[in-house]
Design a protein around this ligand. Structure first.
Ligand code: TRP
Length: 369
């Protein structure tokens, strides 16, 4: 059994929100605190963000520190976790280049994440292949993501369900690499969020996903006041007009958030009329329970969870240079680990010319016959 190495990351294209939190950040902090791993890496995927924001480097640059602040705010601890910036690890580009030999264009075209993102981002659809406007860098980012994971020999990758195709493709690349060049790289395992609500938290408007452009996010760094307005205007059940009407909990954003955040103990603290979420849902479904009460309950639970995060963020905001120092140290450590793996990769691929004394001797012998 390989030693446990945990790795994950985020694109710095905006501040992180509670969808990121339930989808991955919360689990990372748990994994960190459980311990029992050899190494844990959490990195800011700026190079990947540039694959579809190459024309907006300032946005990516600004969001690197925002994401780092969010990491520290949720409780990732730089003494336990290596925090680093992807672009500062040149070994990643090197490994990606060799992985490109192991992946076909057709396989990339079948990657469901790439497929939907190409549609979402509106890269040209006029072409039978993926259209004229599709940058090669974006198209091949699953390969670079496989390098992110394998350069550090990660065994455990906590991510949202949307990243499943990326992990599957990584496993394929590892198998192919190891079968051609010999056992070198490690197959990673995905760790998904515990329940459906946490896997895809909808926006406050009930739309499928939180997204900055839809203005339906609750950010980790926002104030309790900002959040109050959003919770009170959340989408619920359009057919639940009068309090006495029966309500639906499916597709009702308030209940989906409760599924993701609520624990039985919250009822004891904030709403002792019910023992658990099932009882609350049952009452809502028969009618006689108003939305505002449910929203107030949700707000209390969110504030309980977010208050320490907001406070830690405020503290770190006072010491930005320290954050860059944490990232710089993280890069240093990540490069050491990456350099070790690249030595092994180069030797497996027979491109370790200057390290391989036997190779020189072999050539000498060949020409002295
Ligand atoms: N693709 C991930 C996202 O969009 C970010 C990412 C890049 C990542 N490389 C990774 C996640 C490696 C886990 C492992 O959020």
């Amino acid at each position: 059994m390989a030693e446990k190495i945990i790795l994950t990351g985020d694109r710095p294209t905006g501040r992180l929100h509670i969808g990121h939190y339930v989808g991955s950040l919360r689990r990372r902090v748990q994994l960190q605190n459980e311990g029992g791993y050899k190494d844990m890496f959490v990195f800011i995927a700026d190079a990947q963000a540039l694959t579809d924001n190459f024309d907006n480097p300032e946005k990516v640059r600004q969001n690197v520190v925002e994401v780092a602040l969010d990491y520290l705010a949720v409780g990732l601890d730089p003494s336990k976790v290596t925090l680093f910036i992807q672009s500062q690890i040149p070994e990643l580009a090197e490994l990606s280049f060799y992985f490109m030999n192991l992946v076909t264009v057709a396989r990339l075209q079948r990657n469901p994440t790439v497929k939907t993102e190409i549609k979402m981002r509106g890269f040209g659809e006029d072409d039978a292949v993926f259209g004229s406007g599709l940058p090669v860098g974006f198209f091949t980012y699953p390969i670079s993501q496989a390098a992110d994971i394998t350069l550090f020999k990660a065994t455990t990758v906590p991510v949202g369900a949307d990243q499943k195709p990326m992990l599957e493709q990584t496993v394929e690349i590892v198998r192919k690499f190891n079968s051609i060049y010999g056992d070198t790289l490690v197959e990673p395992e995905i760790v998904l969020p515990p329940n459906a609500a946490s896997q895809r938290l909808p926006g406050t408007d009930g739309k499928a996903k939180m997204s900055k452009s839809l203005g339906n996010c609750i950010y980790l760094g926002e104030t309790a006041d900002e959040m109050h307005k959003k919770v009170m205007s959340m989408y619920t059940d359009p057919q639940h007009i009068n309090v006495a009407d029966p309500g639906h909990v499916e597709g009702n954003a308030v209940f989906t958030y409760l599924d993701a955040f609520c624990r039985d103990e919250h009822f004891g603290r904030y709403w002792p009329d019910y023992a658990n979420l099932d009882e609350l849902k049952a009452h809502y479904q028969c009618g006689g329970l108003g939305d505002v009460k449910c929203k107030k309950f949700l707000e209390k639970i969110l504030n309980e969870e977010l208050e320490p995060i907001r406070a830690r963020r405020k503290e770190w905001e006072k010491d930005i240079p320290a954050i860059y120092e944490i990232l710089r140290k993280g890069v240093e450590h990540a490069r050491e680990v990456g350099a070790q793996t690249m030595d092994e990769v180069r030797s497996a691929m027979k491109i370790n010319y200057f390290q391989d004394k036997a190779l020189i001797e072999e050539q000498v012998r060949k020409y002295s016959l």
